[in-house]
Design a protein around this ligand. Sequence first.
Ligand SMILES: Cc1cc2nc3c(=O)[nH]c(=O)nc-3n(C[C@H](O)[C@H](O)[C@H](O)COP(=O)(O)OP(=O)(O)OC[C@H]3O[C@@H](n4cnc5c(N)ncnc54)[C@H](O)[C@@H]3O)c2cc1C
Length: 451
Amino acid sequence: MTSIGPSTPTAKELADGRAHRDAALAFRPYWWEAAPRPQISDDELPSETDVAIVGSGFTGLSAALTLLRAGRGATVLERNEPGYGASTRNGGQIGSGNQKFRVKRLIELRGREKAEALLREGVRMLDYIEHLIATEAIDCHFNRCGRFRGAIRPEHYEAMARDMEDLRRLAGVESFMVPKAEQHKEIGTDIFEGGSVLPNDASLHPGLYHAGLSKRIEEAGGKILGRSGVSAIRPMNKGFAVTTARGEIRARNVIIATNGYTDGLVPELTRRIVPIGSGLIATGEIPEAVFSALMPTGRMYGNTNRVFYYFRAAPGDQRRVIWGGRQGRLASPTSLRAYRHLARDMLAVFPALATVPITHAWDGLIGYTYDEIPHLGRTGSGLHYAVGYCGTGVSRATYFGHKIALQVIGDKSGKTAFDDLTFPSFPVRPVAKRAVPVVETWYRVRDALNK
Ligand SMILES: Cc1cc2nc3c(=O)[nH]c(=O)nc-3n(C[C@H](O)[C@H](O)[C@H](O)COP(=O)(O)OP(=O)(O)OC[C@H]3O[C@@H](n4cnc5c(N)ncnc54)[C@H](O)[C@@H]3O)c2cc1C
């Protein structure tokens, strides 16, 4: 008798909790198919380096590349395999401006002048990543495809229209509104009450972008060492002694680039960053006739809820949907239960995907800050850091990595509008961490009640 193995679950089976427990689904980022995990180098840890960088995501790699291009040395130290963190797990959506706040709110919090400076720098971050990818010739499907943001309620549409106008006036960000009656030109769903389009927003393949940065660093003589978790950093005469899983390395400077994976290494940062889980699923290939009606303009997509979901097509001619949102609570990241809600949200927007298989599901950690603003600077003991992108970090981590490296070498162009911001700590960080699911449930209730 032929035995039939577990099959790949359909979106509907996953959403309904009917998928077989042993269903054939890969619990790893879809991006790792085109950018397989790198071999971990057996190279010995050098006894010294110019700048030691802790963490091998976009922040760490961008910092390393800037240092190397400036003729300085860099060694990237990574606890797991290179690129283990959010940088190869994200949705690859790249925005302009500061999407965490409405412009009005940012002005209330920071004043008009500062708000304008922060927003304009947000636009420069998008330009910078485009410039870097072009000058370093990194083949990673970078595309200024634009972003559509669907209004969940009519009031959201009105508020978004006002905000887009403020963003244009203050930071020169181009956008246009799409009323519900014309929405099908942008997206094949009736669930939204119209939406906004930021035509200059962009997308990329995070795995290929990370692999491209890594290649350029190695070509320039930099080292990226996996399985080199840093457990202690001790100030010493003219620099630091860094204790890693491969031994000790001395460095003139150290950059901490651990974002959502920040542990107890630097207590000053541990108190200021809360890791928040986020999940994604990828569908199998979708028949052309169905696929072409879903996202006819091929943009990035999201909604206006506090508990946000976002989605896109996979780059190239794959005809797959990549769908992201919050992490499933109280479920292991390698259990189907952790991704049910993502399939449910996806089918609410695109019911035609019910019979499409789900081939990949994965999670990652976002680094959240108390004021929802990323921070870079120097700790009391002289360590440089760049962290806290609050879930929008593809361009921001790249840019902050670049800027913090310039600050390390004392280059005046390392100055940013973020330099003089106080970096608040969470009042009681262990409680803040445990409170995340409660806060999220509260946001869901408020979304439902439209409060
Ligand atoms: C699921 C998900 C989806 C996202 N989607 C988007 C998106 O669509 N658009 C967008 O703009 N942003 C998105 N983001 C955010 C974005 O991916 C991150 O902001 C960005 O990748 C952060 O890069 P990083 O280099 O600072 O940190 P990471 O890439 O997280 O790297 C930090 C690294 O530090 C290592 N590390 C930690 N402690 C130590 C130690 N003691 N010693 C050595 N190494 C250590 C970790 O292992 C990790 O590899 C998403 C994030 C997640 C998790």
